[in-house]
Design a protein around this ligand. Structure first.
Ligand code: SAH
Ligand code: SF4
Ligand code: F3S
Length: 479
C-alpha cells in the first residue's frame, strides 16, 4: 500500500455515482461526513461504508456543519497517523455542543487497535467500528442514536465484502481501486497491520472480475488491485489458505498471476495496476503475465524497508538484500523499462551507520522511480516492541531519513529526465492541478505527464511527446 496519510482525502460521493447503485436509496434525510486516513485499502473500505450507508438512505456532505454523522476511517501505521486523528477529533467538540444529535464514529485500524479504550480516551466518540464490522453499521448507528455507545471490533476470517458494490468516492471516473485480499499473515516485526486487519483472506475472483467489468462499462479505464501482499492471493473455492490446500486443490485454484491475466483480458483499453508486491513472494510468473499484456502497467511497487540483511531479518521480512536485488533484476530483465518504487523504514532498532548506508547504496543501485520513506515508529504489541529496543536517537533518525529523502529526490529527478524526448502513452485522468488549460495523466510507469487539453477528453488514451520536465512531472504535447 502506498501510505497517503499526508494527503487526507475528503470523500464526497458524487450524485451521479450514487444513482448507479443497484438499489437506489430512499433518503432518510441524514447526512454523512466521511474522512479517510491511511492507505488505499482504507480509501477502498470507505467506498464500502458509503455503499452500506447509501442503502440506509444517508447522503454525503463535504460541509462538517451539515453532518448528522461524522465517520473518520483511521490509520495506526505510525504514531503520527494516530495523532492526526486525535487532533481532528478535538475539532468536533464545538460542533457537538451546537448539535447534540451529532454522532461521531471512528472506523478502521485505530478503532480495531484501541477497541473500547477509545471510548474512555476520547469522550466525543459514539461509535468504534473495526474494518471487518462495516455490515453492522446500520445497527450500530441505531444503537448510538438511542444514546448508547456502540462498538463492533470483531475481526473475521472470511469477510471480503465481495458482494457489496462500492460507491466510487472522490473519483475522477477513470481510475478505481478494487480490494482482492484483506488482512495480512506476514508479521513483519514493526507492523501493526496484522493486529488491525486480522488474518489474510482472498476474495472470490468472479466478484473481482465482475466489479472490474462493470467499472469498464461505466467508463472507468484503470483498475488497481489492492492487497497488503497481492502475491499471496489464492482462491480455491472455499477461501482456504495455501497451506491447507491439497495438491489437487492447489492446481484447481486461482493465484495472483492468473487473476491478473483474467483482469487484463476484460478489455485491452482497461489498464491494470496492483499494489503491494512482496519481495519474498513476487514470482516470475507474475512478471511474465505483465510482459504479455500491454494493458498491465509496467510498474511494480516493491517495498524493501532496509538494505541490510541483518535488519531485514530483525524485521522478519523473509528475504535478504541479495534476494531482493535478484527480484529487481528479474523485473528489469522481464519488463525492460519497468517503473519501480519502494517503501523504506529508516532508523529501525539497532540500525548502524553502515546499515543505513547499505539502504542508501541499494536505493542507488535499484534507481527507484519513487519511494515512500519513513522514520521507524514503535507500535504497541508488535514483535519489535516486545523484543527490541527503539534505540536510534531522534536526532540520528531525523538525519538518516533526510539523507534518504534527498537521495530519492535525486533518483526521481534522474528518472523523470530520462522520459524527456520520448513519446508516452497516457491515460487522461483530469485537469492538471496547476493549470486549467492542461490535462494530467500517467504513463505506464506511473509518471505524471501534463499537456495542453486541445479537444481530448478525460478517459481517452493519447500519445504525448515529453518536451521538458520538473523534478517529478513530464510536460509535453499530444502527437
Ligand atoms: N503491506 C505492505 C506495507 C503496508 S504499510 C508491505 O509489506 O510492504 C506501508 C508502509 O508503512 C510499509 O511498507 C512501511 O514502510 C511503513 N511502516 C509500517 N510500519 C511502520 C512503522 N512501525 N514505522 C515506520 N514505518 C512503518
Ligand atoms: Fe505489515 Fe508486513 Fe503485512 Fe506489509 S507484509 S502489512 S509490512 S505485516
Ligand atoms: Fe492501512 Fe494504516 Fe490500516 S496503512 S491497513 S490504514 S494501519
Amino acid at each position: 500500500m502506498e501510505p497517503e496519510e499526508n494527503n487526507k482525502v475528503i470523500l464526497e460521493a458524487r450524485q451521479g455515482e450514487a444513482l448507479k447503485l443497484e438499489n437506489p436509496p430512499v433518503s432518510n434525510g441524514k447526512k454523512l461526513f466521511l474522512e479517510s486516513y491511511g492507505c488505499q485499502m482504507n480509501f477502498s473500505d470507505s467506498e464500502i461504508v458509503a455503499s452500506i450507508l447509501y442503502k440506509e438512505g444517508f447522503s454525503t456532505t463535504e460541509i462538517l456543519e451539515e453532518a448528522d454523522l461524522i465517520f473518520l476511517n483511521t490509520c495506526s501505521i505510525r504514531e503520527n497517523a494516530e495523532n492526526k486523528v486525535r487532533q481532528r477529533l478535538k475539532t468536533f467538540k464545538k460542533l457537538k455542543q451546537k448539535n447534540p444529535g451529532l454522532l461521531v464514529g471512528v472506523l478502521g485500524c485505530m478503532a480495531e487497535r484501541l477497541k473500547t479504550k477509545f471510548l474512555e480516551e476520547e469522550k466525543i466518540v459514539d461509535m468504534v467500528v473495526g474494518p471487518d464490522a462495516y455490515r453492522s453499521l446500520p445497527e450500530l448507528i441505531s444503537e448510538a442514536e438511542g444514546g448508547q455507545k456502540a462498538v463492533n471490533v470483531i475481526l473475521s476470517k472470511e469477510e471480503t465484502y465481495a458482494d457489496i458494490s462500492p460507491v466510487r468516492l472522490a473519483s475522477n471516473g477513470v481510475c478505481a481501486y478494487i480490494s482482492i485480499t484483506r488482512g495480512c499473515d506476514n508479521m513483519c516485526s514493526f507492523c501493526v497491520v496484522p493486529f488491525t486487519r486480522g488474518r489474510e483472506r482472498s476474495r472470490d475472483p468472479e466478484s473481482i472480475i465482475k466489479e472490474a467489468t462493470e467499472l469498464f462499462e461505466k467508463g472507468f479505464r484503470e483498475v488497481t488491485l489492492l492487497g497488503q501482499n497481492v502475491d499471496s492471493y489464492i482462491w480455491s473455492g472455499g477461501g482456504l489458505k495455501k497451506e491447507l490446500l491439497t495438491e489437487e486443490q492447489k492446481a484447481a485454484s486461482t493465484n495472483f498471476a492468473q487473476l491478473l491475466e483474467l483482469t487484463a483480458k476484460i478489455h485491452p483499453d482497461l489498464r491494470v495496476r496492483f499494489s503491494t508486491s512482496h519481495p519474498k513472494d513476487m514470482t516470475d510468473e507474475v512478471l511474465h503475465i505483465m510482459a504479455k499484456y500491454e494493458n498491465i502497467c509496467d510498474y511494480v511497487h516493491l517495498p524493501v524497508q532496509s538494505g541490510s540483511t541483518r535488519i531485514l531479518e530483525m524485521m522478519n521480512r523473509g528475504y535478504t538484500r541479495e534476494w531482493y536485488k535478484q527480484r529487481i533484476e528479474s523485473i528489469k530483465k522481464i519488463i525492460p523499462g519497468c517503473g519501480i518504487s519502494t517503501d523504506i523504514i529508516s532508523g529501525f532498532c539497532s540500525e548502524t551507520e553502515e546499515e543505513h548506508n547499505e539502504t542508501m547504496s541499494l536505493m542507488e543501485w535499484a534507481g527507484y522511480n519513487f519511494a515512500y520513506m519513513f522514520s521507524y515508529s514503535e507500535r504497541p504489541k508488535t514483535l519489535a516492541e516486545r523484543k527490541f529496543k527503539d534505540d536510534v536517537s531522534p536526532e540520528i533518525k531525523s538525519r538518516r531519513i533526510n539523507e534518504i529523502v534527498n537521495l530519492q529526490k535525486k533518483l526521481s529527478e534522474e528518472k523523470t529526465k530520462q522520459g524527456v524526448g520520448k513519446i508516452h502513452r497516457v491515460l487522461i485522468e483530469g485537469t492538471s492541478k496547476k493549470s486549467e488549460e492542461m490535462y494530467s495523466g500517467r504513463n505506464t510507469q506511473n509518471s505524471v505527464i501534463v499537456f495542453p487539453k486541445e479537444n481530448y477528453k478525460v478517459g481517452e488514451y493519447v500519445n504525448v511527446l515529453a518536451e521538458r520536465c520538473t523534478p517529478a512531472t513530464l510536460i509535453g504535447m499530444v502527437v
